[in-house]
Design a protein around this ligand. Structure first.
Ligand SMILES: CC(=O)SCCNC(=O)CCNC(=O)[C@H](O)C(C)(C)COP(=O)(O)OP(=O)(O)OC[C@H]1O[C@@H](n2cnc3c(N)ncnc32)[C@H](O)[C@@H]1OP(=O)(O)O
Length: 420
């Protein structure tokens, strides 16, 4: 049932309505790109996945879009609808427009065979009500210049290049990004040429007084790239001398030696005082290598949010860390086909872990939970046991929460390294 005001309707937005689509987003997010920025930044939207709410007079009141992604999950991956560009005109807020768009998004995603949706939340209070669970934390650091790292064998054999980031780096960045994230749940890669190109653009308006974006690449003795960081320094002088901050947009490494060489270089740039980096996995090698992690003032924030749209397909697409046989009673107020009792039973393990089948059942319930908590636990980085302690998962059969928590947990921490 639509929540829209009378006369409003959800419509698809073709590319020739791009200025109107962008116009709503500019009002919602309070920005207006200059001409040069619009020229430089590629159009990353997929125009068969752009939707809006149209007012009775034919103008647009709200927009959203999605990307066609493959979401890496523990031991596998599956088709995922990456919700993005959600915006409602300020004078149309709190009239149910987002709610209507979410229902459209779910219906269209399911029709395309996308069993999950994922997003980054502009504000964390928005999406839980729609069944999205925050499935990963990321770590943010502010490292003092010269922060010491533990030794890694082979780091000294690697060489570093420092260049201005340009279109010519798009391929290298994409290749290393894909390879470095192999096996990491949540590590969505840039799935189109436009998204790949968008990662290496740097319009002057984005620089906030800093230098153009640079790229540090680390190479093995054969010249093959092993790691990169995209970063910007900002010229800053105080009475005591230079205090340039360094801001890292993204840093990935294929192995420990690459990570060590990369960070050794980035942490030792002349004139600088500190290095800020965001969106690291909770088990990123940098955190293990730091001699004084406390000195890096670690903070964490919500990273990727996941929504199960087709429960049996989604749960069947990943692997599990331990055998499991439980009956869960799932509440889902928006996708009725997910709600109710499911038996989750694993089969014999393969090389990735234990496969699982979710089947309808009328057997007694072992535990109750909402689809939001299932989404949060889906990538293996959030504990169902922790949610039970918070009263968000209810155990009927003693031991069932612990069993489910052990099975859903995964040894590699989930994270997505970029906001889509
Ligand atoms: C994936 C992404 O793209 S994230 C980007 C999201 N966009 C933005 O933050 C841009 C600025 N904000 C907006 O455009 C809008 O305010 C939106 C999209 C956040 C919400 O759109 P609305 O049409 O106002 O939402 P809608 O009226 O459907 O609200 C549904 C419910 O969510 C609640 N809600 C909506 N936005 C928020 C919020 N930012 N914080 C807390 N609650 C919220 C509403 O109060 C309402 O609650 P209720 O059902 O208890 O009454």
């Amino acid at each position: 049932m639509t929540t829209l005001p009378e006369g409003y309707r959800v419509v698809a937005v073709p590319r020739d309505r791009k200025p109107e689509f962008h116009g709503v987003d500019h009002l919602a997010f309070a920005f207006e790109p200059d001409e040069k920025t619009s020229e430089i930044v590629p159009d990353q939207l997929e125009w068969d996945r752009t939707m809006a709410v149209e007012r009775p007079d034919g103008t647009l009141a709200a927009v959203h879009a999605s990307y066609d992604f493959d979401l890496p999950v523990p031991g596998g991956e599956l088709a995922c609808s990456g919700l993005t560009w959600v915006g409602v005109r300020p004078d149309e807020r709190r009239r149910g427009l987002l709610t209507a768009m979410i229902d459209t998004h779910f219906t269209r995603s399911l029709a395309r065979g996308e069993a999950v949706s994922a997003l980054f939340a502009a504000e964390p209070a928005i999406y839980g009500r729609f069944g999205y669970g925050c499935a990963a934390d990321d770590v943010r650091l502010k490292l003092p210049r010269g922060a010491a790292l533990r030794d890694v064998v082979g780091s000294g054999d690697l060489t570093v290049r420092f260049e201005t980031l340009g279109d010519e780096h798009a391929d290298l960045v994409h290749r290393l990004h894909v390879a470095a994230g192999a096996g990491r749940p949540g590590w969505v890669t840039r799935s189109s040429d436009a998204l790949r190109a968008g990662r290496v653009v740097d319009p002057p308006a984005w620089r906030d007084g800093g230098e153009p974006m640079r790229i540090v690449t680390v190479h093995d003795p054969a010249g093959e790239p092993r790691a990169y960081a995209l970063l910007r320094r900002k010229e800053t002088w105080v009475d005591a001398g230079p205090r340039y901050p360094v801001s890292v947009r993204e840093a990935v490494a294929l192995d420990a030696a690459g990570a060590h060489r990369l960070w050794s270089f980035v942490l030792d740039l002349d004139l600088t005082s500190d290095v800020s980096v965001r969106m690291l996995a909770a088990d990123d090698p940098l955190l293990a290598l730091l001699v004084d992690p406390r000195g890096a003032t670690p903070a964490f924030g919500d990273n990727i949010w996941v929504r199960l749209l087709d429960l049996p397909v989604a749960l069947g697409a990943r692997r599990y860390s331990a055998p499991l046989d439980v009956v869960v009673d799932v509440t889902d107020t928006r996708v009725a086909t997910n709600a109710g009792r499911w038996r989750l039973r694993t089969g014999g393990p393969d090389t990735q872990g234990y496969p699982l089948t979710a089947t309808r059942t009328t057997d007694d319930v072992d535990l109750h939970l909402d689809v939001r908590e299932l989404g949060a636990a889906y990538l293996g980085g959030r504990s169902l046991d922790g949610y039970a302690r918070a009263g968000l998962v209810t155990e009927r059969t003693p031991g069932s929460v612990r069993a489910a928590a052990s099975a859903f947990a995964w040894p590699v921490a989930p994270v997505c390294s970029w906001v889509f």
